[in-house]
Design a protein around this ligand. Structure first.
Ligand code: GLN
Ligand code: ZN
Length: 761
């Protein structure tokens, strides 16, 4: 009989209960016990939701992050928090968040502040984990308290528990050696602690433990491959069965390694790594369990269950009990329950499955495999009907968009003249000083703006009232910028709640959920819009606002758009065509906006590609293919303009070295980037690569309320001028100012403008 199981369940709660509970605890509004008991309640509900599965994950619930949980389980706390005497949960939050803004004053006396753990992206998802910290002296010491507590709760609820832990090699690989020592040297110290943990679980009568080793879908050198052998050889005799779980990609050259490890079972991502299955079947010893992740844990579309059965049924015949099925990865990366959606377009809704619905699909699959398709005919028919309706919907397929895509050609992405010829024309028409100053787009989002926007959405503020409120705000931004003496102005983005949602709402082919939240980090969630159909732009999206802003000033006004790659990377996207095709469609839609802005007399246009880097595949060998279509999409969007029109782009991250050639290839006239926190270090990339166009290296960190001094900014820009000729430098902050207060933005920008003047002198 085919076993069905789940790798992890979203912990944030269908209505983001965990988020609100955490935040009110952090503000001191609720007690620790209230928070802990909410955790218990959520776990209870989530296990109930997974009843009917043969094995249910335990240990996947987290108050902040599963990697940080593992660090605590292994006793690997950063030095700076070790002498803390309060409650363990509070210490856990100290590592996660450092001294939070809210509790800074209240707790300065008792527990003081510490530096928060560094956070980084979990593989290629939008989830961020707290990076484990190591040094040459790191020792580990097992702490099973959290895991055993959850297991006891699960047992009381009769849950068929399968504890979930992060495997030792992935744990080391994801961490950072603060002293640049060799992380792998810690493996011999780490393995006994893991073995001890596994024995304790065995003593709890646990049958299977899921050991997550997703690092296996990345390129591993010899040393790391050896580490896998050493580690799993060490666990060979433990009394629990290990299910080694990999996900998010293909095993490729790691297949043989994986098949040879002495574990009882292997889970692979059959969505992203379906090509691994056949070769693995040939390699896998006859007694091993193979768990196939056949339901996409990263996307929100219904599974085509018949199609899955078509290829899984023969495998079920072949493998018998050794075949397990599951979602491809933890369901952490999808929203909880589609049934919560009351306002979602009914047609689109009928094509979707969130975590709860994915578990239902799993059960249908299992029933069909165990008792034949006829036993679940109704459910299969309904699924089939939804899949067909989606495939045939005219809202998904727009012949005009398909035709336009057929006519894509390289000329669309080509400026009329090279930068060297455009630059003097732009200089002549824009008449900017040396070291021109600008900002990245948004100005503070005040409570008034948010209120106007939400009242308009709710229908309590009419269109005239809304427009007036936004225009007031634009006028204020322009006034402030003129008073500051900035050179290229922006309208301030008051009308935008989010840089992707704003455009998605105006494009055909997008839908929005009410509760489609996915955890991004800690208590923070994002609600990615759903790109379901061919993309078109029925009407201009930004032109009226920018034109109005331009009418208020004689200084150049910068039009502000989000680029196609960023829109794509921050959405749930179609699974029925390659990502590149959706991206090109977005490119054509935004290109039309660029050309409309130009026609309206806007001669500086910024196209943000904040998330370009996020789309990079996990394997370096696949980067080129992605960068090719991503860069081409940007070029199509931006490069249809006249020589005199200046194109800006913005990226908010600081790792450039490895992709700088592609970034140069975008051929934007000006790129603004985050650099202040790295002290312009990122400009190292420009030592070996002669970046041809203009650059605005951010001169202050907008994430912090601190006001940068004029001297500091001058110093940073001088550093930049050592690498890039002054004629090609701009002066601007690291990113948009929407999360700051006006009282912070004004003094900071005052110093920035003064610094530019000093530099010119
Ligand atoms: N134009 C956007 C802003 O200023 C850019 C935001 C971003 O890069 N994330 O808010
Ligand atoms: Zn940014």
């Amino acid at each position: 009989m085919t076993t069905i199981h789940n790798l992890g369940f979203p912990r944030i709660g269908a209505k983001r209960e965990l988020k609100f509970a955490l935040e009110s605890y952090w503000k001191g509004e609720t007690s620790r016990n209230e928070l802990k008991s909410l955790g218990t309640t959520l776990r209870k509900h989530h296990w109930e939701a997974q009843s009917g599965l043969n094995l249910v994950p335990v240990g996947d619930f987290s108050f902040y992050d599963q990697v940080l949980d593992m660090s605590f389980t292994l006793g690997n706390l950063p030095e700076r928090v070790r002498d803390f005497h309060g409650d363990a949960l509070d210490n856990y939050f100290r590592v996660a968040r450092g001294r939070s803004a809210q509790s800074a004053e209240e707790h300065a006396a008792c527990c003081g502040g510490v530096a928060a753990g560094e956070m980084t992206k979990w593989f290629d998802t939008n989830y961020h984990y707290i990076v484990p910290e190591f040094n040459a002296n790191t020792e580990f010491k097992l702490d099973t308290s959290r895991l055993l507590e959850h297991l006891a709760e699960a047992r009381a609820q009769d849950v068929k528990a399968k504890p979930v832990i992060i495997g030792p090699v992935t744990y080391l690989a994801l961490g950072k050696a603060k002293d640049d020592s060799d992380k792998l040297a810690l493996l011999p110290r780490l393995l006994p602690v893991y073995a001890q943990l596994l024995e304790i679980l065995a003593a709890q009568d646990i049958d299977w433990v899921q050991v997550d080793e997703p690092i296996l879908v990345t390129e591993l050198d010899n040393k790391w491959q050896e580490a896998f052998k050493t580690a799993y050889d060490y666990f060979k005799n433990v009394k629990v069965k290990l299910l080694l779980a990999t996900y998010f990609g293909q095993l490729l050259e790691n297949r043989e390694l994986v098949a040879s490890l002495p574990v009882a079972g292997l889970h692979i991502d059959a969505i992203n790594g379906r090509e691994d299955i056949q070769p693995l079947l040939n390699l896998l010893p006859a007694e091993k369990v193979l768990s196939l992740g056949v339901i996409n844990g990263r996307n929100i579309w219904k599974t085509d269950i018949n199609a899955v059965l078509d290829w899984v049924e023969p495998l079920a015949q072949q493998l018998g009990d050794r075949l397990w099925i599951a979602p491809s990865c933890s369901l952490l990366h999808v929203p909880v329950d589609l049934d919560s959606e009351q306002r979602l377009d009914g047609e689109v809704k009928s094509w979707l499955a969130f975590a709860m619905q994915k578990l239902d699909e799993l059960k249908i699959l299992a029933a069909a495999l165990r008792n034949g398709r006829a036993s679940v005919k109704q459910a299969l028919d309904a699924n089939q009907a939804a899949i067909e309706a989606r495939g045939n919907s005219h809202r998904v397929n727009n012949p005009a968009v398909k035709a336009a895509l057929g006519e894509l050609n390289a000329a669309l992405g080509q400026r009329k003249s090279p930068y060297a010829q455009r630059a003097p024309k732009q200089a002549a028409s824009l008449k900017l000083p040396l070291y021109p100053t600008t900002t990245i787009g948004s100005f503070p989002q005040t409570p008034d703006i948010r209120q106007a926007r939400s009242q308009f959405k709710a229908g309590t503020l009419d269109e005239t009232g809304y427009k007036a409120a936004m225009q007031d705000e634009i006028a204020r931004s322009v006034r402030e910028q003129e008073a500051l003496g900035l050179d290229v102005l922006v309208h301030g983005e008051a009308e935008r709640n989010d840089m992707v949602e704003y455009f998605g709402e105006q494009l055909e082919g997008y839908a929005f959920s009410q509760y489609g939240w996915v955890q991004s980090y800690g208590s923070r969630c994002v609600k990615p819009p759903i790109l379901f159909g061919d993309i078109s732009r029925p009407r201009p999206m930004t032109v009226e606002w920018i034109k109005y802003a331009q009418s208020l000033t004689s200084k150049p006004m910068k039009g502000m758009l989000t680029g196609p790659v960023t829109i794509l990377n921050w959405s749930f996207v179609r699974d029925d065509q390659p990502r590149s095709v959706s991206c090109y469609q977005l490119a054509l839609a935004i290109r039309a906006e660029v050309l409309d802005l130009e026609k309206a007399g806007v001669h500086v246009i910024q196209i943000d590609e904040a998330a370009l880097r996020e789309g990079l595949p996990l394997r370096k060998s696949q980067w080129k293919e992605y960068l090719d279509w991503a860069v081409e999409s940007f070029r199509i969007t931006a490069n249809g303009v006249e020589d005199e029109t200046q194109i800006h782009t913005h990226m908010c991250y600081s790792e450039f070295n490895d992709i700088i050639a592609s970034i140069a290839d975008m051929d934007a006239d000006v790129i603004t980037i985050e650099t202040s926190r790295s002290d312009m270090e990122l400009l190292d990339a420009f030592d070996n690569f002669n970046y041809p166009n203009e650059i605005g290296p951010g001169v202050y960190d907008i994430h912090s309320p601190n006001i940068p001094s004029q001297e500091h900014i001058v110093q940073l820009m001088k550093k930049a001028a050592e690498r890039i000729p002054a004629e090609r430098l701009w002066v601007n902050p690291d990113c948009g100012l929407k999360t700051r207060q006006w009282t912070e933005a004004i003094p900071a920008l005052t110093n920035m403008v003064a610094a530019a003047k000093t530099l010119r002198a």
